[in-house]
Design a protein around this ligand. Sequence first.
Ligand code: B12
Length: 464
Amino acid sequence: MKKILLISPSENGSAHKTEAYPSGALLLLGTMLGARGHRVSIVHMAAEGRTIEWLERRVAIFQPDIVGVTMNTFQTVSARHISAAVKKVNKNILTVTGGPHPSALKAEIFADFPDIDVVVVGEGEHTFIDIVEGADVHTIAGICYAGVENAPRPYAENLDYIPLTDLSLIDLRRFSGADPVGAYPSMFIMASRGCPFQCTFCNKSIWGDKVRLRKPELVVREIEWLHTQYGIREIFFQDDTFNLKRQWTEDICRRIIEKGLNKKIVFKTPFRANKELVDESLLRLMKAAGFWLIFYGVENGNQQMLDAMGKGLKIEDIKRAFKLTHAEGIKTIGSFIVGMPGETEATVNDSIALFNEIRPYVTGCAAAMPFPKTAFEREVVKRGHRLVNGYDGYAMGKILVRTDELDPDQLRTAFERFRKIIVRRFFIDLLKLRYARMIFFTLRSPWYMRHVVRRITANLAGNQ
Ligand code: B12
């Protein structure tokens, strides 16, 4: 039996204390290791409001054999402090990291993280079990150790082993759910792994191109478990493309309806807007199964921009998908990116025009982030358009690139202009009672309300 401390670092440059969801990685690793008799403790630095000093004390008391740190590119600064703190308490604790950031950079990451011993590349659950249970690190597939990259681990073909998540490892009330939240508590699940599309900005270092679907009956069993065991009332399918395989998606919806889960839980999911993947009958079934919100990655309102970022999507299909979805009574999120290569004032105006036409229920507008080893990163580096070195400057809302036409200031101005239009629209719609359901739900959920108040306070204090 080993003692394992699993840690999710806080976000770069933010004192923001609310997190949408607990780390899916740490819950999966923790559940599997717990079932094998190991003693697991999970810490979410931001959601629990933990300091490095607190962590040092925790490590000193718990005396873990291994500390596992999950890391996306927004968590590099905190992840470095965490690994240093662990080694400061006890040099003999093995420090392991995994997740999108180390999986993309592999052995390169050791230069920036001197206190990390092992990097787990890609899918990590079986690799981590090998490490914990004492396999020889020189032979474990899918890791980098002492600066050397071992052979890659093949993807798991059959996903039936994925266990029912042990949410007793965390305090669910510390997490807000991803906005907008339709019922509280909210949790996410992944019903498939992999994505065949080739968007230049996406980091596919974990699941790769090949789509692997979990069995619908096991997915629905997990939904039922989350509801009966932990009182979950909203579930966010976080699949890269939930509507890729029509029969499979319909099968999940039908089983949700058969079990009456649509009367107890509300659902939301990302969809691709492509014409051949969205139609009235699918949306009708989704609505019947309790899907109240669909997230579409719109990215840009200009066709050349969409083509250049490898989106494989037509503007006409986006307009059609929003129209059909709204017509079936399902709400939408439209998510835009500003600052991809080729962005100009005119293309930002195209995005604003598309936003005004499709009228998403909620709109996301993110500044383009060249994540490590993506085609987008290669392109900005080649053109000299990357504005920062390393990854510690990566944080929500930061402008990290420029384009041929827009210098950093112009890009920021264009980004802020778009954001202001979105916010203005939001307030007009608020007055027109478009968000009555959201307000009604917020007022009825004291825990969720607490998260909203914390977020507003953090925003007012300029922390986010
Ligand atoms: C769910 C999800 C979210 C959720 C919450 C995530 C959470 N709390 O865990 C929400 C909706 C909040 C979210 C938000 C964002 N996300 Co997100 N998200 C995902 C998504 C779809 C699934 C992640 C997941 O939970 N998978 C299930 C678990 C089991 O897998 P996993 O975390 O990868 O872990 C496995 C391995 O990585 C490894 N592993 C991971 N950690 C560790 C640790 C150890 C010790 C070991 C041994 C192994 C290990 O083993 C695990 C099991 O195989 C991924 C895309 C994807 N398909 O992976 C993007 C992804 C992680 N998100 C991404 C981004 C960019 C964002 C946003 C910035 C989007 C935006 N513009 O708003 C925000 C910022 C979040 C933030 N503030 O940090 C990027 C990150 C890129 C990068 N280089 O960091 C990804 C990879 C999408 C992409 N393809 O580009 N996201």
